[in-house]
Design a protein around this ligand. Structure first.
Ligand SMILES: [Zn+2]
Length: 457
Protein backbone atom coordinates (compact mmCIF):
# COMPACT_ATOMS: atom_id res chain seq x y z
CA UNK A 1 0.00 0.00 0.00
CA UNK A 2 1.40 3.38 -0.98
CA UNK A 3 -0.12 6.80 -0.21
CA UNK A 4 0.54 10.06 -2.04
CA UNK A 5 -0.87 13.46 -1.13
CA UNK A 6 -1.89 15.03 -4.47
CA UNK A 7 -2.87 18.45 -3.15
CA UNK A 8 -0.78 21.15 -4.82
CA UNK A 9 0.12 22.90 -1.58
CA UNK A 10 -0.02 22.07 2.11
CA UNK A 11 -2.74 23.61 4.26
CA UNK A 12 -6.49 23.48 4.32
CA UNK A 13 -7.13 24.36 0.64
CA UNK A 14 -8.28 21.27 -1.21
CA UNK A 15 -8.27 17.49 -1.09
CA UNK A 16 -6.93 14.85 -3.46
CA UNK A 17 -5.05 11.72 -2.41
CA UNK A 18 -3.81 8.60 -4.16
CA UNK A 19 -3.73 5.14 -2.65
CA UNK A 20 -1.83 2.49 -4.64
CA UNK A 21 -2.87 -1.08 -3.94
CA UNK A 22 -1.29 -4.22 -5.38
CA UNK A 23 -3.16 -4.24 -8.69
CA UNK A 24 -5.11 -1.02 -8.72
CA UNK A 25 -5.01 2.56 -7.60
CA UNK A 26 -7.64 4.66 -5.90
CA UNK A 27 -8.03 8.44 -5.93
CA UNK A 28 -9.71 9.84 -2.83
CA UNK A 29 -11.51 13.13 -3.57
CA UNK A 30 -10.53 15.54 -6.34
CA UNK A 31 -11.07 19.06 -5.06
CA UNK A 32 -10.49 22.58 -6.31
CA UNK A 33 -8.77 25.14 -4.08
CA UNK A 34 -11.42 27.77 -3.24
CA UNK A 35 -8.97 30.67 -2.87
CA UNK A 36 -6.84 30.06 -5.98
CA UNK A 37 -7.61 30.33 -9.69
CA UNK A 38 -6.60 28.32 -12.76
CA UNK A 39 -3.89 25.67 -12.62
CA UNK A 40 -2.91 26.68 -9.05
CA UNK A 41 -6.36 25.59 -7.83
CA UNK A 42 -6.08 22.05 -9.23
CA UNK A 43 -4.53 18.94 -7.62
CA UNK A 44 -1.28 17.35 -8.90
CA UNK A 45 -3.14 15.43 -11.61
CA UNK A 46 -0.04 15.51 -13.85
CA UNK A 47 1.50 12.99 -11.40
CA UNK A 48 -1.11 10.40 -12.38
CA UNK A 49 0.12 8.34 -15.34
CA UNK A 50 -2.26 7.93 -18.29
CA UNK A 51 -2.15 4.12 -17.99
CA UNK A 52 -3.00 3.77 -14.28
CA UNK A 53 -6.06 1.72 -13.43
CA UNK A 54 -8.08 3.95 -11.22
CA UNK A 55 -11.21 4.19 -9.17
CA UNK A 56 -12.14 7.51 -7.63
CA UNK A 57 -13.99 7.71 -4.33
CA UNK A 58 -15.66 10.95 -3.25
CA UNK A 59 -16.42 11.64 0.39
CA UNK A 60 -18.76 14.61 -0.22
CA UNK A 61 -19.72 17.34 -2.65
CA UNK A 62 -17.98 20.44 -1.27
CA UNK A 63 -15.97 22.14 -3.99
CA UNK A 64 -12.65 21.46 -2.23
CA UNK A 65 -13.38 17.71 -2.48
CA UNK A 66 -15.15 17.43 -5.85
CA UNK A 67 -14.32 20.53 -7.92
CA UNK A 68 -11.68 19.01 -10.27
CA UNK A 69 -13.34 15.64 -10.88
CA UNK A 70 -14.05 16.34 -14.61
CA UNK A 71 -10.31 17.04 -15.15
CA UNK A 72 -9.47 13.63 -13.71
CA UNK A 73 -12.18 12.03 -15.82
CA UNK A 74 -10.66 13.56 -18.96
CA UNK A 75 -7.42 11.68 -18.20
CA UNK A 76 -9.18 8.41 -17.24
CA UNK A 77 -12.41 8.28 -19.29
CA UNK A 78 -13.58 4.81 -18.17
CA UNK A 79 -12.88 5.37 -14.50
CA UNK A 80 -15.74 4.54 -12.08
CA UNK A 81 -16.46 7.19 -9.44
CA UNK A 82 -18.00 5.97 -6.20
CA UNK A 83 -20.05 8.22 -3.89
CA UNK A 84 -23.33 8.26 -1.97
CA UNK A 85 -26.51 9.19 -3.80
CA UNK A 86 -26.75 12.49 -1.90
CA UNK A 87 -23.21 13.41 -2.95
CA UNK A 88 -23.99 12.56 -6.59
CA UNK A 89 -27.11 14.76 -6.62
CA UNK A 90 -25.26 17.72 -5.16
CA UNK A 91 -21.95 17.23 -7.00
CA UNK A 92 -23.80 17.58 -10.29
CA UNK A 93 -25.19 20.99 -9.22
CA UNK A 94 -21.87 22.16 -7.75
CA UNK A 95 -19.85 21.26 -10.85
CA UNK A 96 -22.25 22.88 -13.32
CA UNK A 97 -22.29 26.00 -11.13
CA UNK A 98 -18.49 25.94 -11.14
CA UNK A 99 -18.45 26.03 -14.98
CA UNK A 100 -20.71 29.11 -14.86
CA UNK A 101 -18.46 30.80 -12.30
CA UNK A 102 -15.31 29.99 -14.32
CA UNK A 103 -16.94 31.30 -17.51
CA UNK A 104 -17.70 34.61 -15.77
CA UNK A 105 -14.16 34.76 -14.38
CA UNK A 106 -12.75 34.10 -17.86
CA UNK A 107 -14.40 37.31 -19.06
CA UNK A 108 -13.72 39.41 -15.98
CA UNK A 109 -10.21 38.24 -15.11
CA UNK A 110 -9.13 37.41 -18.69
CA UNK A 111 -8.12 33.86 -17.66
CA UNK A 112 -7.39 32.19 -20.98
CA UNK A 113 -7.51 28.59 -19.65
CA UNK A 114 -11.01 29.09 -18.15
CA UNK A 115 -13.35 27.32 -17.86
CA UNK A 116 -11.10 24.39 -16.90
CA UNK A 117 -13.89 22.04 -18.09
CA UNK A 118 -17.31 22.28 -19.70
CA UNK A 119 -20.92 21.31 -18.93
CA UNK A 120 -20.53 18.55 -21.53
CA UNK A 121 -17.46 17.16 -19.68
CA UNK A 122 -19.52 16.89 -16.48
CA UNK A 123 -22.28 15.04 -18.33
CA UNK A 124 -19.72 12.61 -19.77
CA UNK A 125 -18.07 12.07 -16.36
CA UNK A 126 -21.35 11.53 -14.53
CA UNK A 127 -22.16 8.46 -16.65
CA UNK A 128 -19.53 6.60 -14.62
CA UNK A 129 -20.80 7.71 -11.22
CA UNK A 130 -21.97 4.88 -8.98
CA UNK A 131 -24.39 5.58 -6.12
CA UNK A 132 -23.16 3.71 -3.06
CA UNK A 133 -25.22 2.80 0.02
CA UNK A 134 -23.91 3.36 3.54
CA UNK A 135 -22.42 0.59 5.70
CA UNK A 136 -22.17 -2.07 2.95
CA UNK A 137 -18.85 -3.43 1.62
CA UNK A 138 -18.56 -2.84 -2.15
CA UNK A 139 -15.98 -3.73 -4.77
CA UNK A 140 -13.86 -0.89 -6.14
CA UNK A 141 -16.34 -0.82 -9.05
CA UNK A 142 -19.24 -0.11 -6.72
CA UNK A 143 -20.83 -3.57 -6.82
CA UNK A 144 -21.79 -5.52 -3.73
CA UNK A 145 -18.68 -7.37 -2.53
CA UNK A 146 -19.02 -11.09 -2.00
CA UNK A 147 -17.74 -12.27 1.34
CA UNK A 148 -14.32 -13.89 1.50
CA UNK A 149 -13.48 -12.99 -2.12
CA UNK A 150 -10.23 -11.38 -0.98
CA UNK A 151 -10.43 -8.50 -3.48
CA UNK A 152 -10.21 -4.93 -2.13
CA UNK A 153 -13.46 -3.47 -0.79
CA UNK A 154 -14.73 -0.03 0.15
CA UNK A 155 -17.46 0.80 2.67
CA UNK A 156 -19.09 4.24 3.08
CA UNK A 157 -19.94 5.40 6.62
CA UNK A 158 -22.06 8.46 7.46
CA UNK A 159 -19.72 11.38 8.33
CA UNK A 160 -22.33 13.82 9.77
CA UNK A 161 -20.80 16.81 7.93
CA UNK A 162 -23.36 17.65 5.20
CA UNK A 163 -25.97 15.77 3.16
CA UNK A 164 -24.34 12.70 1.58
CA UNK A 165 -21.01 13.04 3.39
CA UNK A 166 -19.17 9.82 4.21
CA UNK A 167 -15.93 8.46 5.58
CA UNK A 168 -14.58 5.47 3.65
CA UNK A 169 -13.01 2.23 4.84
CA UNK A 170 -10.83 0.47 2.28
CA UNK A 171 -9.86 -3.11 3.02
CA UNK A 172 -7.02 -4.47 0.89
CA UNK A 173 -3.95 -6.67 1.32
CA UNK A 174 -5.09 -7.64 4.83
CA UNK A 175 -5.01 -3.98 5.90
CA UNK A 176 -7.67 -1.47 6.85
CA UNK A 177 -7.31 2.11 5.61
CA UNK A 178 -9.90 4.62 6.86
CA UNK A 179 -10.35 8.13 5.42
CA UNK A 180 -12.52 10.44 7.55
CA UNK A 181 -13.26 12.99 4.79
CA UNK A 182 -14.76 16.04 6.53
CA UNK A 183 -16.51 14.78 9.65
CA UNK A 184 -18.64 15.99 12.53
CA UNK A 185 -19.33 13.69 15.47
CA UNK A 186 -21.88 16.05 17.01
CA UNK A 187 -25.49 16.63 15.88
CA UNK A 188 -26.10 19.84 13.95
CA UNK A 189 -29.64 21.20 13.45
CA UNK A 190 -30.30 18.96 10.42
CA UNK A 191 -27.26 16.72 10.19
CA UNK A 192 -26.93 13.92 12.73
CA UNK A 193 -23.44 13.10 14.02
CA UNK A 194 -21.09 10.67 12.26
CA UNK A 195 -21.50 6.93 12.62
CA UNK A 196 -17.96 5.72 12.02
CA UNK A 197 -16.63 2.19 12.56
CA UNK A 198 -14.75 1.80 15.83
CA UNK A 199 -12.65 -1.29 15.07
CA UNK A 200 -8.83 -0.96 15.00
CA UNK A 201 -7.39 0.23 11.68
CA UNK A 202 -3.92 0.16 10.15
CA UNK A 203 -4.03 3.62 8.62
CA UNK A 204 -6.17 6.62 9.54
CA UNK A 205 -6.26 9.50 7.04
CA UNK A 206 -7.76 12.31 9.09
CA UNK A 207 -8.93 15.87 8.49
CA UNK A 208 -7.61 18.44 11.00
CA UNK A 209 -9.62 21.60 10.16
CA UNK A 210 -10.25 22.65 13.77
CA UNK A 211 -6.92 21.58 15.28
CA UNK A 212 -6.14 25.21 16.02
CA UNK A 213 -9.62 26.14 17.22
CA UNK A 214 -9.94 25.54 20.96
CA UNK A 215 -13.44 26.10 22.31
CA UNK A 216 -14.09 28.37 25.28
CA UNK A 217 -14.58 26.66 28.65
CA UNK A 218 -18.15 25.33 29.00
CA UNK A 219 -19.02 25.73 25.29
CA UNK A 220 -22.00 23.70 24.10
CA UNK A 221 -23.85 23.88 20.82
CA UNK A 222 -27.16 24.33 22.69
CA UNK A 223 -25.79 27.40 24.52
CA UNK A 224 -24.43 28.77 21.25
CA UNK A 225 -27.87 28.37 19.65
CA UNK A 226 -29.36 30.39 22.54
CA UNK A 227 -26.73 33.11 22.13
CA UNK A 228 -27.44 33.23 18.37
CA UNK A 229 -31.22 33.37 18.94
CA UNK A 230 -30.84 36.24 21.43
CA UNK A 231 -28.63 38.18 19.01
CA UNK A 232 -31.03 37.68 16.10
CA UNK A 233 -34.00 38.70 18.25
CA UNK A 234 -32.18 41.83 19.50
CA UNK A 235 -31.20 42.94 15.99
CA UNK A 236 -34.73 42.41 14.68
CA UNK A 237 -36.08 44.35 17.65
CA UNK A 238 -33.98 47.29 16.47
CA UNK A 239 -35.66 46.89 13.08
CA UNK A 240 -32.46 46.30 11.13
CA UNK A 241 -31.32 43.53 8.81
CA UNK A 242 -28.80 40.74 9.42
CA UNK A 243 -26.39 39.41 6.82
CA UNK A 244 -24.97 35.91 7.32
CA UNK A 245 -22.29 34.71 4.87
CA UNK A 246 -22.88 30.96 4.44
CA UNK A 247 -21.71 28.15 2.20
CA UNK A 248 -24.43 27.28 -0.32
CA UNK A 249 -24.00 23.62 0.60
CA UNK A 250 -24.55 22.66 4.22
CA UNK A 251 -24.42 25.90 6.17
CA UNK A 252 -27.34 27.51 4.28
CA UNK A 253 -29.62 24.58 5.09
CA UNK A 254 -28.44 24.46 8.73
CA UNK A 255 -29.11 28.20 9.17
CA UNK A 256 -32.54 27.88 7.52
CA UNK A 257 -33.48 25.01 9.84
CA UNK A 258 -32.19 26.86 12.89
CA UNK A 259 -34.21 30.00 12.04
CA UNK A 260 -37.28 27.82 11.40
CA UNK A 261 -36.89 26.21 14.84
CA UNK A 262 -36.46 29.61 16.50
CA UNK A 263 -39.61 30.91 14.79
CA UNK A 264 -41.58 27.83 15.78
CA UNK A 265 -40.46 28.23 19.39
CA UNK A 266 -41.50 31.91 19.15
CA UNK A 267 -38.03 33.14 20.04
CA UNK A 268 -38.05 35.31 16.93
CA UNK A 269 -41.01 36.61 14.87
CA UNK A 270 -41.59 35.34 11.29
CA UNK A 271 -38.99 37.11 9.22
CA UNK A 272 -38.23 37.39 5.49
CA UNK A 273 -35.18 35.33 4.58
CA UNK A 274 -33.12 35.75 1.38
CA UNK A 275 -30.89 33.00 -0.03
CA UNK A 276 -28.96 32.69 -3.29
CA UNK A 277 -29.89 30.71 -6.41
CA UNK A 278 -27.31 27.96 -5.90
CA UNK A 279 -28.35 27.63 -2.25
CA UNK A 280 -31.99 27.18 -3.27
CA UNK A 281 -31.12 24.41 -5.76
CA UNK A 282 -29.14 22.53 -3.14
CA UNK A 283 -31.85 23.10 -0.54
CA UNK A 284 -34.32 21.45 -2.92
CA UNK A 285 -32.09 18.34 -2.91
CA UNK A 286 -32.09 18.37 0.91
CA UNK A 287 -35.91 18.40 0.71
CA UNK A 288 -36.28 15.60 -1.84
CA UNK A 289 -33.81 13.37 0.01
CA UNK A 290 -35.13 14.16 3.51
CA UNK A 291 -36.70 10.69 4.00
CA UNK A 292 -33.75 8.79 2.59
CA UNK A 293 -30.75 10.01 4.58
CA UNK A 294 -29.85 10.00 8.28
CA UNK A 295 -30.88 13.45 9.59
CA UNK A 296 -32.88 15.39 12.17
CA UNK A 297 -36.21 17.06 11.29
CA UNK A 298 -36.94 14.59 8.44
CA UNK A 299 -40.39 16.12 7.86
CA UNK A 300 -39.10 19.67 7.43
CA UNK A 301 -39.22 20.84 3.81
CA UNK A 302 -37.09 23.97 3.80
CA UNK A 303 -38.21 25.45 0.47
CA UNK A 304 -41.90 25.14 1.54
CA UNK A 305 -41.76 25.60 5.30
CA UNK A 306 -39.20 28.42 5.39
CA UNK A 307 -40.14 29.72 1.92
CA UNK A 308 -37.10 31.96 1.36
CA UNK A 309 -36.84 34.69 -1.26
CA UNK A 310 -34.32 33.58 -3.88
CA UNK A 311 -31.84 36.21 -5.09
CA UNK A 312 -30.06 35.30 -8.32
CA UNK A 313 -26.59 36.48 -9.27
CA UNK A 314 -28.08 39.28 -11.38
CA UNK A 315 -30.40 40.50 -8.59
CA UNK A 316 -27.70 41.02 -6.02
CA UNK A 317 -26.43 44.30 -7.48
CA UNK A 318 -29.86 45.86 -7.08
CA UNK A 319 -30.60 44.12 -3.77
CA UNK A 320 -30.41 46.50 -0.79
CA UNK A 321 -30.67 45.50 2.87
CA UNK A 322 -34.33 46.06 3.82
CA UNK A 323 -35.58 46.53 7.35
CA UNK A 324 -36.15 43.41 9.47
CA UNK A 325 -34.85 40.77 7.07
CA UNK A 326 -32.13 38.14 7.09
CA UNK A 327 -29.76 37.63 4.16
CA UNK A 328 -28.07 34.19 4.30
CA UNK A 329 -25.90 34.57 1.20
CA UNK A 330 -23.08 32.44 -0.14
CA UNK A 331 -20.21 32.08 -0.04
CA UNK A 332 -19.21 31.57 3.57
CA UNK A 333 -15.74 32.97 2.93
CA UNK A 334 -17.17 35.98 1.03
CA UNK A 335 -15.00 34.97 -1.92
CA UNK A 336 -14.77 37.58 -4.69
CA UNK A 337 -17.68 37.66 -7.18
CA UNK A 338 -20.01 35.75 -4.81
CA UNK A 339 -23.31 37.12 -3.48
CA UNK A 340 -22.07 37.66 0.07
CA UNK A 341 -19.01 39.55 -1.18
CA UNK A 342 -21.09 41.89 -3.37
CA UNK A 343 -23.79 42.41 -0.75
CA UNK A 344 -21.22 43.05 2.01
CA UNK A 345 -20.17 46.26 0.22
CA UNK A 346 -23.58 47.70 1.16
CA UNK A 347 -23.55 46.31 4.70
CA UNK A 348 -20.02 46.97 5.97
CA UNK A 349 -19.98 50.81 5.89
CA UNK A 350 -23.42 51.11 7.56
CA UNK A 351 -23.28 51.29 11.40
CA UNK A 352 -26.93 50.18 11.69
CA UNK A 353 -26.34 46.86 9.90
CA UNK A 354 -25.51 43.49 11.50
CA UNK A 355 -23.11 40.91 10.09
CA UNK A 356 -23.09 37.44 11.69
CA UNK A 357 -20.43 34.81 11.03
CA UNK A 358 -21.49 31.25 11.77
CA UNK A 359 -18.75 28.94 10.49
CA UNK A 360 -15.22 28.51 9.25
CA UNK A 361 -13.47 31.19 7.17
CA UNK A 362 -9.89 31.06 5.92
CA UNK A 363 -8.06 33.99 7.62
CA UNK A 364 -6.81 35.05 4.14
CA UNK A 365 -10.31 35.14 2.63
CA UNK A 366 -12.42 38.35 2.57
CA UNK A 367 -14.57 36.88 5.39
CA UNK A 368 -11.36 36.24 7.34
CA UNK A 369 -10.32 39.90 6.82
CA UNK A 370 -13.67 41.18 8.10
CA UNK A 371 -13.69 38.78 11.08
CA UNK A 372 -10.31 40.07 12.20
CA UNK A 373 -10.77 43.77 11.32
CA UNK A 374 -10.72 46.53 13.94
CA UNK A 375 -14.06 48.40 14.05
CA UNK A 376 -13.76 51.62 12.06
CA UNK A 377 -10.81 50.37 10.00
CA UNK A 378 -10.67 49.79 6.25
CA UNK A 379 -11.04 46.19 4.98
CA UNK A 380 -10.31 44.59 1.66
CA UNK A 381 -13.04 42.51 0.01
CA UNK A 382 -11.31 42.32 -3.34
CA UNK A 383 -7.81 42.76 -4.70
CA UNK A 384 -9.20 44.81 -7.58
CA UNK A 385 -11.48 47.23 -5.66
CA UNK A 386 -10.79 49.93 -3.05
CA UNK A 387 -10.94 49.03 0.65
CA UNK A 388 -14.23 49.63 2.48
CA UNK A 389 -14.83 51.15 5.92
CA UNK A 390 -15.92 48.51 8.43
CA UNK A 391 -18.58 50.21 10.56
CA UNK A 392 -21.37 47.61 10.93
CA UNK A 393 -22.00 45.38 13.97
CA UNK A 394 -20.19 42.04 13.85
CA UNK A 395 -20.87 38.87 15.82
CA UNK A 396 -19.07 35.54 15.50
CA UNK A 397 -20.78 32.24 16.34
CA UNK A 398 -19.40 28.71 16.28
CA UNK A 399 -21.66 26.33 14.37
CA UNK A 400 -18.95 24.36 12.66
CA UNK A 401 -19.77 21.40 10.41
CA UNK A 402 -16.35 19.98 11.34
CA UNK A 403 -15.58 17.87 14.41
CA UNK A 404 -14.10 19.62 17.42
CA UNK A 405 -10.47 18.62 17.75
CA UNK A 406 -10.99 16.69 21.00
CA UNK A 407 -13.64 14.48 19.31
CA UNK A 408 -11.27 13.63 16.44
CA UNK A 409 -8.52 12.80 18.90
CA UNK A 410 -10.89 10.54 20.88
CA UNK A 411 -11.82 8.78 17.64
CA UNK A 412 -8.16 8.26 16.67
CA UNK A 413 -7.42 6.78 20.11
CA UNK A 414 -10.41 4.43 19.78
CA UNK A 415 -9.30 2.94 16.44
CA UNK A 416 -5.61 2.70 17.46
CA UNK A 417 -4.09 3.18 13.99
CA UNK A 418 -0.52 2.06 13.28
CA UNK A 419 -0.15 5.17 11.09
CA UNK A 420 -2.05 8.47 11.13
CA UNK A 421 -1.87 10.74 8.09
CA UNK A 422 -2.82 14.31 9.02
CA UNK A 423 -4.34 16.38 6.20
CA UNK A 424 -6.71 19.29 5.46
CA UNK A 425 -5.45 21.65 8.13
CA UNK A 426 -3.22 24.68 8.58
CA UNK A 427 0.22 24.15 10.15
CA UNK A 428 -0.80 25.04 13.75
CA UNK A 429 -3.79 22.65 13.46
CA UNK A 430 -1.59 19.78 12.25
CA UNK A 431 0.95 20.57 15.01
CA UNK A 432 -1.71 20.31 17.72
CA UNK A 433 -2.79 16.87 16.50
CA UNK A 434 0.80 15.72 16.10
CA UNK A 435 1.60 16.66 19.71
CA UNK A 436 -1.56 15.14 21.17
CA UNK A 437 -1.24 11.92 19.15
CA UNK A 438 2.39 11.46 20.17
CA UNK A 439 1.37 11.40 23.82
CA UNK A 440 -1.98 9.54 23.44
CA UNK A 441 -0.71 6.89 20.98
CA UNK A 442 3.08 6.64 21.46
CA UNK A 443 3.33 3.53 19.22
CA UNK A 444 1.61 5.25 16.29
CA UNK A 445 3.50 6.80 13.40
CA UNK A 446 2.16 10.33 12.82
CA UNK A 447 2.80 11.84 9.39
CA UNK A 448 1.76 15.09 7.70
CA UNK A 449 2.29 13.88 4.12
CA UNK A 450 4.06 16.49 1.96
CA UNK A 451 2.49 17.06 -1.49
CA UNK A 452 3.68 14.72 -4.23
CA UNK A 453 5.84 12.44 -2.05
CA UNK A 454 4.79 8.77 -1.94
CA UNK A 455 4.69 7.12 1.51
CA UNK A 456 4.94 3.32 1.85
CA UNK A 457 2.41 2.05 4.37
ZN1 LIG B 1 -16.59 19.75 3.50
Amino acid sequence: MRFTNLTRGAGIGSNCYRLDLENESVILDCGMHPEHAGHAATPLLEEIGEDSILTTILTHAHQDHVGCLPLLHARQPGMPVLMTQGTARIADIMLHNSVNVMTRQQEELKLTDYPLFTHRAIEMASRNWRHCPLDRPLTLHGERASEGAGAPTVTFHDAGHILGSAGVMIRAEGKKFFYTGDVNFEDQTIQTGARFPEEPVDVLLMETTRGNAPLPEGFTRAKEEKRFAAAVAAALEEGVSITIPVFALGKTQEVMALLWKMERERIIPPIPLYVGGLSSKITAVYDTMADRVPRNLPKLRLMNDVAPYVAGGKDVNSLNPRKRAIYALSSGMMTEYTLSNIFARKVLPDPTQYLFFVGYADPNSPAGHVRNAEPGSLVSLSASAPEIPFNCHREVFTFSAHARREDLLTYAVKVRPKTVLLVHGDDPAIDWFRRELYSALPETKVIAPPPGQPIEL
